[in-house]
Design a protein around this ligand. Structure first.
Ligand code: SF4
Length: 111
């Protein structure tokens, strides 16, 4: 928003503004590609899920429960209600385990 260059509009970090930063400079920022090599095999819970190789991922909204040694958020995506350990699907927005993250993102009124 406002010309800020991001990996995704919902991600918090920006890599400059379109008014004063070239795309080449933004892409070469050390953090620009920091999530590019993260796979579902690296994401907590997802790494044990039978759907991990067909599932999309989102680093913008996660459960915010795990970071790896490089400081990358490796938490399960917030908007998934699947529990691979029991094989059950539940409405993600009402899960007690997700309420803290929902509040962090200020999503209480839109879900
Ligand atoms: S279905 Fe849910 S738990 Fe399974 S890989 Fe996708 S996001 Fe992860």
């Amino acid at each position: 928003m406002h010309g800020n260059i991001k990996n995704c509009p919902a991600m918090p970090q920006n890599f400059g503004n379109i008014k004063d930063t070239t795309l080449e400079k933004a892409v070469n920022h050390l953090d620009f590609k920091k999530y590019w090599n993260l796979t579902k095999d690296n994401i907590e819970i997802c790494k044990d899920c039978e759907f991990r190789y067909i599932c999309t991922d989102c680093r913008a909204y996660t459960e915010r429960t795990n970071n790896n040694n490089d400081g990358l958020d490796i938490s399960k995506p917030l908007k998934c209600g699947y529990n691979p350990y029991t094989g059950e699907w539940q409405e993600w927005s009402t899960s007690p385990l997700k309420q803290k993250a929902i509040q962090h993102y200020g999503m209480e009124k839109i879900i």
